[in-house]
Ligand binder design. Structure first.
Ligand code: KIV
Ligand code: ZN
Length: 553
């Protein structure tokens, strides 16, 4: 790359708006949403959707709660025209949903668009022409006045045909395409020229869509452009200002959010940001950003995984693993300290129901998107004891004592490191079983029986030591103490019980208990052992032998 990009590229000139208001505003309600998946999103696919894919995606958008859906460019192809006709003739459009169609300022295309809409209940006819200096010069070779004339003529052709749509609630939308690269004064001039034709009123507003067709500047510049238009446009109360951002500089979401602060009332975008080049605005992100600030988005993404599947099936695109809200990994923490904080945060949240969400590293409760806590923590070599403990507990009900987590965590970590990949909860459980429960050397329990009461117990047991059967008898203030005594009597190394915990492992007829025993050796070192049995008296006895075996090998 050359060291002096200024010889080839220049910064986008700022908008003169010294008294800009948007930086000190906050968003207080969600905008009107319009999905452009079936038009802008579809246009950007290597293989555009066929009619049945468009129908499936349309139904999904309706289920999400979109009330305005740009369904296509009906003059562009038979598929697009046919799609409109199927929607209308098969009564697939709910009464409260408006379909929107895009059209260029050409009479034959406008005529075809109108034909495609006959019989619909509610429609938006969306006229556009491109206005930036580069488009005027390179694509059209026309002066500003000639570009205005194109828009005015297009607006008139549409107006002339409105009687053909009698009985249909028709609203009109104009986009000065490439608005964000257009001089604001010219964008105002051309928009007002279209308004002069359509004569919108506060009761019958038109939509003025101001596209960031190609993102050419920082999002604050787009916000300035929107505020400038909002403050300088004539008859502002007869117009709904709409945003339509793309993502060329990676700031489509930011531009939309700042554009809303700057006075826009409506947002166009697509699911997961599908669209030309780097994509359109990801409408899910902006809606969920509203939601996470406590604003009802009036869109329902509570079955987001299902929506991802429909989207991927219909478009052939994939949702990246890190896509905000929707990506496979966005509610997953691999780093140990994150896992630990999430685990503690989720546990605390369970005790604070009704309070405001405040869980470290999770901006939103995954359940609100139909996603599960189980997804939150996965384990790889970067993970710590917290993630390991969380998976064992959430998937198998194994509640490792804190100190045992500290012992097993690094052991699991080393094993995962050697594997060099992520491991599942089942694999972790197998590691735990191998380390603590499946050790049969040198000691293995054959039989155990204890009698006693009021703190005086005696036990009789048999075990295999290095393959040979050994009879064991001992006394103590409980069955475990009696067994420890019996082991010492038989010549096992000396140790004392340092900690003991036990809980049920599962319910029903297969109910079993898991016991965790920590022993302390004469040199002060400690070892944990674990035992599982359907008999709650036997589980800790097995755990004692597990700890002894671990100390001896
Ligand atoms: O990006 C854009 O400018 C468009 C217009 C047609 C609205 O898609
Ligand atoms: Zn677009």
């Amino acid at each position: 790359m050359f060291s002096n990009p200024s010889s080839k590229y220049r910064a986008y000139p700022p908008i003169h708006l010294p008294d800009r208001q948007w930086p000190s505003r906050t968003l207080t309600r969600a905008p009107i949403w319009c999905s452009v998946d079936l038009r802008d999103g579809n246009q950007a696919l290597a293989v555009p959707m066929n009619v049945s894919q468009k129908l499936e995606l349309f139904d999904a958008l309706v289920r999400c709660g979109f009330k305005e859906i740009e369904v296509g460019f009906p003059s562009a192809s038979n598929t697009e025209f046919e799609f409109n006709r199927r929607l209308i003739e098969e009564g697939r459009i709910p009464d409260d949903v408006t379909i929107q169609c895009l059209v260029q300022a050409r009479e034959d295309l406008i005529e075809k668009t109108v034909q495609s809409l006959i019989g619909a209940k509610r429609v938006i006819i969306h006229l556009y022409n491109s206005t930036s200096p580069a488009q005027r010069r390179v694509v059209f070779g026309k002066t500003k006045a000639e570009i205005v004339a194109i828009a005015v003529q297009g607006a008139q052709w549409i107006k002339d045909r409105l009687p053909r749509l009698a009985g249909t609630d028709v609203r009109l939308q104009y986009s000065p395409e490439s608005f964000s690269a257009t001089e604001v004064e010219f964008a105002k001039e051309i928009s007002e020229a279209v308004m002069d034709v359509w004569q919108p009123t506060p009761e019958r507003k038109m939509i003025l869509n101001l596209p960031d067709t190609v993102e050419v500047a920082m999002p604050n510049v787009y916000a300035d452009q929107i505020e400038w238009m909002s403050r300088n446009l004539k008859n502002r109360d007869s117009v709904i200002i709409s945003l339509h951002t793309h993502n060329d500089r990676g700031t489509g979401v930011a531009a939309t959010e700042l554009g809303l602060l700057a006075g826009a009332e409506r947002v166009e975008g697509t699911l997961f940001g599908n669209g030309e080049r780097t994509g359109n605005l990801d409408i899910v992100i902006v809606a969920m950003n509203c939601f996470m600030h406590g604003l009802a988005p009036n869109l329902d993404f509570s079955r987001l995984n299902d929506l991802v599947q429909i989207y991927e099936r219909c478009t052939g695109m994939t949702v990246p693993a890190r896509q905000p809200y929707a990506g496979e990994l966005v509610f997953t923490a691999f780093s140990g300290s994150h896992q630990d904080a999430i685990k503690k945060g989720l546990a605390e949240w369970e005790t604070r129901a009704g309070d405001h969400w405040d869980v470290p590293y999770l901006t939103i409760d995954p359940r609100d998107l139909g996603r599960e806590y189980r997804e939150v923590i996965r384990v790889n070599s970067q993970s710590g004891k917290g993630g390991v403990a969380y998976l064992l507990e959430s998937e198998f009900g194994i509640e490792l004592p804190k100190d045992l987590q500290r012992e097993f965590g690094p052991l699991a970590n080393d094993a995962v490191d050697r594997l060099g990949r992520e491991v599942s909860g089942t694999e972790l459980k197998a590691m735990f079983w191998r380390e603590y429960l499946e050790r049969a050397e040198p000691w293995q329990l054959i039989h155990f029986h204890a009698d006693g009461s009021a703190g005086v117990f005696s036990c009789r047991a048999s075990a295999r030591r290095d393959g040979a059967e050994v009879a064991l008898t001992g006394t103590g203030n409980g069955p475990i103490a009696a067994f420890v005594h019996a082991l010492h009597e038989s010549g096992a190394p000396r140790f004392e019980i340092a900690d003991f915990k036990q809980h049920a492992l599962s319910s029903g007829t297969e109910a079993s208990a898991i016991a965790y025993i920590q022993i302390r050796l004469p040199d002060g070192k400690t070892k944990w052992g674990a035992g599982v049995d359907t008999n709650i008296e036997l589980a800790p006895i097995k755990a004692v032998l597990s700890a002894v075996n671990r100390a001896l090998t």
